[in-house]
Structures are given as structure tokens and as C-alpha cells.
Design a protein around this ligand. Structure first.
Ligand code: DPP
Ligand code: ZN
Length: 847
């Protein structure tokens, strides 16, 4: 398989003036006729992308049908010889036939539950017709659709609709990856929005008949997003209609196609009985994310796929800001850091580490990663901190002004910050080009009223990058006096050297340093702070992130020691009890503090410290610490459990969700003592899925779930999204020694519809979320995962490749586990006709 390099970028030698598409839809023989008005701007033949599944019926230039000598077709490339191209401007026509009904990759045009739909990012359009399938080739589109389905949708504004036929026009030039088409017997819930300049926009959320009553929250979220983007970024919507369609078979979460967002149904459909608070939260965030792409992604797109973070990092950053404004900002920040550590730090620590802007790839779909998305957002958060809120606003205004209509680069992005603020960002750019998570060490010296903080930064080598020059690290610091008062409010230290000191003078007594406030940089911080210091910050810091982080630090140290034989740490148990019982503190924050760091993260920290992690010992330590908390604070937890009920009908708001979260952590702890009695009662009485599902998980952990699992299945058998939860929680909450066997058994059920990405991810993702279960010493977790990845690769390579990252930490463990996981990877690598997607992932992991 060929490697693509950023350095090889060349502009396309033709300008695209307009694209006209005509679809005659049929399950197994859809015909696509295309006309591209092109103008020559450079040298060479006309090179178009086109997948092997395109049955070529006709090619023409300016109406003249091409003959065999005029073109060649090799692999996925169609080349029209220069000699077949007239002067400067001409129309290229293609007529192809495709088979959406046989498309199991869910890329290009496919069928999902009888509905035609598309997914073109990153390179799916080439499976619809021959096209310059690259993001820097943009044009307005006219689309006509003929089909027997009742609802026929594409991008832009409707031009005409008649039974069996619809025409759409999208006036905004766009690359092919933003093209979309939907044809199905759908129903909508509809609303409207009047933009800041008075444009009336029709809004529709399209679902299958019967699902309308679960689409209301998505619509509310859309309206909030449209308003927020006007108020905060001054960005207005630019078409007469905005359509969202929910689809059951979808490789990703959702897709920002211009004017026609297509969503995985799990990110649209919600009712109190079927969706949890987390589901609601995610729906609101992803609806916002895709909507925000209309400006950051669509109006300004990427020059090439190496620049993916230009739209994704920025749009994640924007959806994080949105959620902070809609809900609790501190809670959102802590949750984002949890995700970053669980997924991105893990990626950065191993063989799949890559820069936020990679400079080579084989398969771009393998780079829709936590590094590009979540670290991409962190980098923007650092930029904003460095230039300040006003500088950020000026830079963004300039970005929209200067680049509207462009396919831009990270260099363009950094230039607007330099031009708007006068800052030199040459060193800052390393955050985009250099992979790896910096380790930041802080040492303190105290001398008669003067506190000196000395920092050292080191970034470990990552694949292909051995030397890491120092980066700009914004370190937000505050000082807390011995009585718990803040003696210095937050200030941002700008570290630019490998080693650097900063002094604070005129201090009365030695303060406790609150450092990396708000998680001001995505680094691993190392400092000598004892349990008492951590407990002090947990109790007194004004910065909610450092408060939470201090509790987490206590837990992590305790777990690391316990995994090597120590007893539970009384300092942690006492401090966490103090906080949990403090009714002045937001219940959501208390719930976060009561959670223990995930077992995978404990393994990562041990590995970082040069200790080979033992998954079983970590799991045992986790259970033991949770039990010790429960035993010490049984009375308090029971009080919280009874006190944190939410009266009245379920509303998916932040306040109610916060109380439910705290109540459910209390339940999880108490279930370690009461044999699942409270969980059984909650499962029977719960009026909403948040409570129901938490009870089910607690029952599984207590070994008392047999009846509940049957009941849950009976009640929700016809609801795919709820059944996904049933598939996920069983391996995830299972005793590690059983997790692989449970996974295999569930995978043999008739309703394990493995070709559905949500179902597959639920089961296999549930297993890999069970750290000690996936890494079972006998290799059973590796084996069942490999078996299914091999099978999935034949149907849907994108999903197989994504899920293969379950193996990315194989190198951390003992020789026995390493050997077994490598054998599983080798078995995948040896599979005949393995896809480019999975082949690239496996070879990177084994390198
Ligand atoms: N561009 C899509 C997104 O919103 C990818 N599925 O992230
Ligand atoms: Zn996105």
C-alpha cells in the first residue's frame, strides 16, 4: 500500500465551476450521471478518483464520448489523456452504475434499513462516481434524484420536488466529501429559526416513522447551537433549510454535510426511558459540533487531509465551549481531560502516536483520532490562553474574513493569530508537528518569602521522531496560603525552554502551589506533593480542575502502591469523604471526585514509571479501594443515595443529571456491601434509563444480574440503541476472568447484528473497556477480539481498523501477554486480502 506525504501536495490543475449529478436510485443498480464544468489552471492530464466498484458506462468531454485510447483506468485512478481535452474550459461527463445494496463498508452510497444514504468523508465520493475527490477541489452542486422513496434529500436548497423526483442546488462551493444524499420513507419533526440578519431557516430532523417522539431533544439542541454560534462567534447560517437525518448504520458519530447532516441514530434519538444523561449530553454536544462545522469545516475547509485538525480541533474546541456555556464549565473541563487522558495520552504513549497534523499516512480514515480531535482542541485552548480572549476573538474574526471560501492549512490558521496579535508562533507550531505528551517536572524552592518554581520539560520519542525540541507550555499557577486562602490568583507562566524557573516574591508564609490550573496544557505533570498537600488542595483550591486533580492524584498514588501490595491509603479515603459530604459542592463535581482513575490509566502510569503493570493486580486494587471507601463512608453514601433523588418527571438538565450521577456513584459503592439489594430495588423502580442502566451495571458487578438481564432484553428487544447498551455492559462490567467468554457467547446470538457498527462497537468495545478482561493472562480477550476484527475487515474495514487500537498498549505488559497479543496481531496481519485500513494499523502497532 502506498504512503501519502504532506510534502507532496500539489494544487489540482483544474478549477471546478459546477458539478451536476443525476441519480436514478435502485437497490442494486443505481445509475449516476455526472457533469463537471472544468477550467484548466495548470499542466497535465485530467486525473480523477474512482473506486473499483464503479461500473463504467460512458465517459465524454463536451458531449463527445471518449474512446478506449483516450483514457486509462488503473486501481482507483482514471486518467483522461491531455490529447482528449480541448482548450481551457470543458465539460467532463461520466455515467456509472453502482450497487448500494451490496455496500457493507458504509462509505459512499449505501442502504441502511431500506434507506439510501451516503458517507463521503474522507474519500467516499470516489465510490459514487469518478471525481477529483480531494478537499481543495470545490464547486457548487446541482443534484437530481429519482427514486420511489418518499423523501429525497441532498445539500443546499430544494429547487423542485415532485413524486419520485427532487432537485437540489447548493450554491456554496464545496468539496466532494461534504456531498450527501438521502432517500427514504422518513418523517420529520420540524421547526424554524430566524437568523441574526432575518433569514428564515426551515429545520427538520428526519427519522423513521415511529421515532418522532425521540427526536425533540436533537431539535432543541440544534436551535441552541445556531443561536450560540451567532452570539459567541458571530456566525450565521447560510441556507434556507437545515436537515438532519438519523441513520442506524453509520461508521462514525455524525457528518457535517452542507445543509444535510447525517447522524448515527444514537446521537439523535433519545427519550427518558431509552437514553441516559450521558446520551443526552452527547447528543447536545454532537449536534452542536456538526452544526459548527458549517463555518469551521464547510465555509472554510481543509486544503488536504493532513490538515484535518484545522476543522476538527477547532470544531471540538467550539463544541466544548458551547457545552461549558450550556452546562457546568468546571465539570465539562474535567470530563474533557478524562477523555483526553483515556484516549489521547494512551495513543501518544504507544506505537500509534502521531502529530496533531500528521505528515504521512496510508489510509486517512485511520487518522480520525483522539490526537487530531481532542489534542487538536487542547492546542487551540493553549493558543487562546496565550493570546488572551480578545486576541483569540480578533484572530478568529480575521480567520473567517480572510479564509471564507478557502481550503486552508495550519499555516494559514497560525498566520491569522500572528497577524491579529503580533505574536511569533514558530515555536508554538511544534504542538502541531511533534507527536508525544511532554512530561513536565516541577520543583519548588522556598527562601524567606521567595518561592521559586523550576520546570523541566521532556517529550519521550515517538515513532519517526526521536528528538523533541522544547515547546511553549502555558502553565497556569495560583498560590494558596496555609489557611486555605488564595494568596496569588491565577497567572500564566510561559515556558519556552527545556528548563526554566519562575520566582514569586514577597510572600508571607510558604504557600501550596496550585499548578496547571484548568489543565492549561496537555502534559503529564510530575511534582513532589505529599498526601497532606494533595488533601489540602482538594479541600481548598479555588480552581476546580486542580481540586479534582488532587483527589485523583491521591487515588492514583494509592492504586499504584496497592497494585504492588500496599494497603488502601487512609489519607485518600478521609479526604474523599470530606468532599463527598460537603453539600455546598456541586453534586456533579462530587460524583467526578468519587470516581477512581480507570484501570488502564493506572497501568499507563505504572508503565511510565518503568514498572510492568499487572492487570489483575490493578483490578484487585481498584475493587479493594472502592470497597474501603464504601466501608468507611457507608453512612454518608447511604445518606447521599437517599438525598440525591430527583423529584418529578425526568428532565435531561444539568442539575438533575448531577444529582443522578452522584446518586449512582453512591449506588455503585454501596452495592459492594449490600450484595446488590439497593441496585435490585432501583432496577425495579427506575423511571428513566439513567437509573435503570446504572442499576443494571451494579447488579452485574454484584453477580446478581441474571434476572435483570433477561427482563431488560425482553423489554427493549425492539430498540436497537438500548440493546446496544445491553451488549456493551455485559463484557464491560463482567468479572475479568469471564469477560472474554461472555463476549464470545454474546457474539453467537442471533440478535448480534455484527455488521451494524453500533452493535459491533458495543460488544467488542465493551470488552476492551474491561482492562483486566481484555488483557486476561490466557489471551482469551485478545483472541476473541482478533477473530471478530478479521471477520469485520472483510465487510467494513474502517470499523475493523478503528477497533484494532484495542491492541495499541500491548507493549506495556509482561512477556506472556505480549506474546499472546502479538500473536493475535500477527494473525490479523496474515489475513488474506486484509484491507489497507487494518493493514496500516496492525503494521504500525507491530513496528
Ligand atoms: N467530520 C466528522 C466529524 O464531525 C467525521 N465523522 O467529526
Ligand atoms: Zn467534526
Amino acid at each position: 500500500f502506498q504512503t501519502q506525504y504532506l510534502a507532496d501536495y500539489r494544487p489540482y490543475p483544474f478549477r471546478l465551476n459546477e458539478t451536476r449529478l443525476r441519480f436514478r436510485l435502485s437497490d442494486h443498480a443505481t445509475e449516476v450521471e455526472s457533469e463537471l464544468d472544468l477550467t484548466r489552471e495548470g499542466d497535465g492530464p485530467l486525473v480523477l478518483d474512482g473506486g473499483a466498484g464503479l461500473k463504467l458506462l460512458r465517459l465524454a468531454i463536451d458531449g463527445r464520448e471518449l474512446e478506449p485510447g483516450d483514457f486509462t483506468r488503473e486501481g482507483e485512478v482514471l486518467t483522461i489523456a491531455e490529447t482528449a481535452l480541448p482548450g481551457t474550459s470543458f465539460t467532463f461527463e461520466a455515467h456509472v452504475r453502482i450497487d448500494p445494496g451490496a455496500n457493507t463498508t458504509f462509505e459512499g452510497l449505501y442502504l441502511s434499513g431500506g434507506m439510501f444514504c451516503t458517507q463521503c468523508e474522507a474519500e467516499g465520493f470516489r465510490h459514487i462516481t469518478f471525481y477529483p475527490d480531494r478537499p481543495d477541489v470545490m464547486g457548487p452542486f446541482r443534484v437530481s434524484i429519482e427514486s420511489t422513496k418518499s423523501i429525497l434529500l441532498s445539500n443546499g436548497n430544494p429547487v423542485s420536488t415532485a413524486p419520485g423526483r427532487a432537485e437540489w442546488h447548493d450554491p456554496w462551493p464545496k468539496p466532494a466529501y461534504l456531498f450527501a444524499l438521502v432517500a427514504g420513507d422518513l418523517v420529520a419533526i420540524s421547526d424554524s429559526f430566524t437568523t441574526m440578519s432575518g433569514r428564515e431557516v426551515a429545520l427538520n430532523v428526519w427519522v423513521r416513522p415511529g421515532d418522532q417522539d425521540r427526536a425533540g431533544f436533537a431539535m432543541e439542541s440544534l436551535i441552541k447551537s445556531m443561536k450560540w454560534d451567532e452570539e459567541v462567534y458571530g456566525r450565521e447560517y447560510d441556507l434556507d433549510v437545515f436537515n438532519i437525518v438519523a441513520v442506524d448504520d453509520f461508521n462514525m458519530g455524525a457528518m457535517e454535510n452542507k445543509g444535510l447532516n447525517i447522524f448515527n441514530s444514537k446521537l439523535v434519538l433519545a427519550s427518558p426511558e431509552t437514553a441516559t444523561d450521558d446520551d443526552y449530553n452527547r447528543i447536545e454536544g454532537v449536534i452542536a459540533h456538526e452544526y459548527f462545522h458549517n463555518w469551521t469545516g464547510n465555509r472554510i475547509t481543509c486544503r488536504d487531509w493532513f490538515q484535518l485538525c484545522l476543522k476538527e480541533g477547532l470544531t471540538v474546541f467550539r463544541d466544548q465551549q458551547f457545552t461549558s456555556d450550556m452546562r457546568s464549565a468546571p465539570v465539562k473541563r474535567i470530563e474533557d481531560v478524562q477523555t483526553l487522558r483515556a484516549r489521547q495520552f494512551r495513543e501518544d504513549q504507544g506505537p500509534l502516536a502521531h502529530p496533531v497534523r500528521p505528515d504521512h499516512y496510508q489510509e486517512i480514515n485511520n487518522f480520525y483520532t483522539a490526537t487530531v480531535y481532542e489534542k487538536g482542541a487542547e492546542v487551540i485552548g493553549m493558543l487562546k490562553r496565550l493570546v488572551g480572549d480578545d486576541g483569540y476573538k480578533a484572530a478568529l474574526d480575521l480567520y473567517f474574513d480572510r479564509h471564507d471560501g478557502d481550503a486552508a492549512t495550519i499555516e494559514d490558521w497560525l498566520s491569522v493569530f500572528e497577524d491579529a496579535t503580533g505574536r511569533d508562533l514558530a515555536q508554538f507550531k511544534r504542538w502541531y508537528t511533534d507527536a508525544g505528551t511532554p512530561r513536565l517536572r516541577m520543583d519548588e524552592a522556598w527562601d524567606d518569602g521567595k518561592l521559586t518554581l523550576s520546570f523541566t520539560q521532556v517529550t519521550p520519542p515517538t515513532p519517526g521522531q526521536d528528538d523533541k525540541p522544547p515547546r511553549v507550555i502555558p502553565i497556569a499557577v495560583g498560590l494558596i496560603g496555609p489557611n486555605g486562602d488564595e494568596v496569588r490568583p491565577t497567572e500564566v507562566l510561559e515556558m519556552t525552554e527545556a528548563t526554566q524557573s519562575f520566582a514569586f516574591e514577597g510572600l508571607g508564609a510558604r504557600p501550596t502551589v496550585s499548578v496547571l490550573r484548568g489543565f492549561s496544557a496537555p502534559v503529564v505533570l510530575d511534582r513532589d506533593l505529599d498526601d497532606a498537600g494533595r488533601a489540602f488542595l482538594l479541600a481548598h483550591d479555588t480552581d476546580p480542575f486542580v481540586r479534582w486533580e488532587s483527589g485523583r492524584g491521591l487515588a492514583l498514588t494509592a492504586l499504584q502502591a496497592m497494585a504492588q501490595g500496599a494497603e488502601p491509603d487512609p489519607a485518600y479515603i478521609a479526604a474523599i469523604g470530606e468532599l463527598a459530604g460537603d453539600d455546598a459542592v456541586d453534586p456533579a463535581f462530587r460524583a467526578l471526585c468519587l470516581q477512581l482513575p480507570p484501570e488502564d490509566e493506572v497501568a499507563a502510569r505504572l508503565s511510565d514509571a518503568g514498572i510492568v503493570p499487572d492487570p489483575d493486580a490493578i483490578h484487585a486494587a481498584h475493587l479493594r479501594l472502592a470497597r474501603a471507601v464504601a466501608e468507611t463512608h457507608e453512612g454518608l453514601l447511604d445518606r447521599l443515595y437517599r438525598q440525591m433523588t430527583v423529584p418529578g418527571a425526568y428532565i435531561p438538565d444539568a442539575e438533575g443529571a448531577a444529582r443522578r450521577a452522584l446518586r449512582n456513584v453512591a449506588l455503585a459503592r454501596l452495592s459492594l456491601l449490600d450484595g446488590g439489594a439497593r441496585a435490585a430495588a432501583q432496577f425495579a423502580d427506575a423511571g428513566n434509563m439513567t437509573e435503570r442502566f446504572a442499576a443494571l451495571a451494579a447488579l452485574i458487578r454484584a453477580g446478581k444480574a441474571e434476572g435483570a438481564l433477561v427482563e431488560f432484553h425482553e423489554e427493549f428487544a425492539s430498540n436497537r440503541l438500548v440493546m446496544d447498551k445491553w451488549y456493551m455492559v455485559q463484557p464491560a462490567a463482567a468479572d475479568p476472568s469471564q469477560a472474554a467468554a461472555i463476549t464470545r457467547k454474546l457474539s453467537e446470538r442471533d440478535d448480534f447484528d455484527w455488521k451494524n457498527p453500533n452493535r459491533f462497537r458495543a460488544l467488542l468495545g465493551g470488552l476492551s473497556a474491561n482492562h483486566a478482561g481484555f488483557h486476561a493472562a490466557d489471551g482469551a480477550g485478545y483472541d476473541v477480539t482478533a477473530d471478530w476484527l478479521i471477520r469485520m475487515d472483510g465487510a467494513n474495514p474502517q470499523i475493523a481498523a478503528r477497533m484494532s487500537s484495542a491492541f495499541e498498549t500491548w507493549w506495556r505488559y509482561d512477556a506472556g501477554r505480549r506474546e499472546k497479543s502479538l500473536a493475535a496481531l500477527q494473525r490479523i496481519a496474515d489475513t488474506p486480502r486484509l484491507s489497507r485500513n487494518t493493514s496500516e494499523m496492525v503494521s504500525r502497532m507491530m513496528a
